[in-house]
Write a protein that binds this ligand. Structure first.
Ligand code: CO
Length: 208
């Protein structure tokens, strides 16, 4: 891959779009009205729009290493705030993926510099679910289960925010936990039982 090819690809993409609909870009420039906010991993294999088969304008996207939602991360918090208060998205998705390098790195004993505080948040998820994870002897399976549990914890982190609690109270928002399986290309709905989880923790996190 090189830069010239990317610009060539872009020219072809523009031409292809205009061949189907000559007003495609003038319509696109009118604004966005996505129903979904997608929070996923930066991994180059997990392309948000392509794997969901959605068109430009349909999904608001935020990606970082290991699809984390941290309360001190101004970028993630701004994305969530904007998606709910300005775009009025109806769904927030946290999408992890099996064989996540960030999750794998967090399971190792290594000093990774600036990545340490970021990966520590995944280590905290491990600590929360240590009993279940340590019972899984196969390392790949254990890492993949941590991928799922990390999605669950990041969904819970979303529910801790005031905007989401307000929107949830007004039945305007649903939070979903998904995993992308790199081996098969399949998107898996983890069907996390938020009602049960929230019943146990909202006494602590309720703010609105
Ligand atoms: Co990843």
């Amino acid at each position: 891959m090189n830069v010239e090819r990317i610009f060539k690809n872009n020219e072809k993409w523009v031409a292809d779009k205009l061949k189907i609909d000559k007003n495609y870009f003038s319509n696109l420039s009118k604004g966005q009205n996505p129903d979904f906010l997608y929070i996923g991993c930066s991994d180059s294999r997990v392309t948000a729009e392509e794997l969901m088969g959605v068109a430009p304008g349909e999904v608001f996207v935020h990606r970082n290493i290991a699809n984390m939602v941290q309360s001190t991360d101004l970028s993630a918090m701004s994305v969530i705030n904007y998606a709910i208060t300005q775009l009025n998205v109806k769904h927030i998705v946290v999408c992890g993926h099996y064989n996540c390098g960030g999750v794998r790195a967090a399971m190792q004993s290594a000093d990774l510099g600036i990545l340490n505080p970021w990966l520590r948040n995944i280590r905290d998820v491990y600590r929360l679910h240590q009993k279940e994870l340590d019972a899984i002897k196969n390392i790949e399976k254990r890492n993949n289960r941590l991928v799922e549990l990390n999605v669950q914890e990041q969904c819970i982190n979303i529910i801790k925010t005031a905007e989401v609690q307000k929107a949830h109270k007004e039945h305007r928002i649903t939070v979903h936990g998904w995993v992308f399986d790199v081996h098969t290309g399949k998107l898996i709905n983890l069907r996390i039982n938020f009602q049960k989880i929230l019943k146990d923790i909202m006494k602590i996190y309720h703010i609105t």
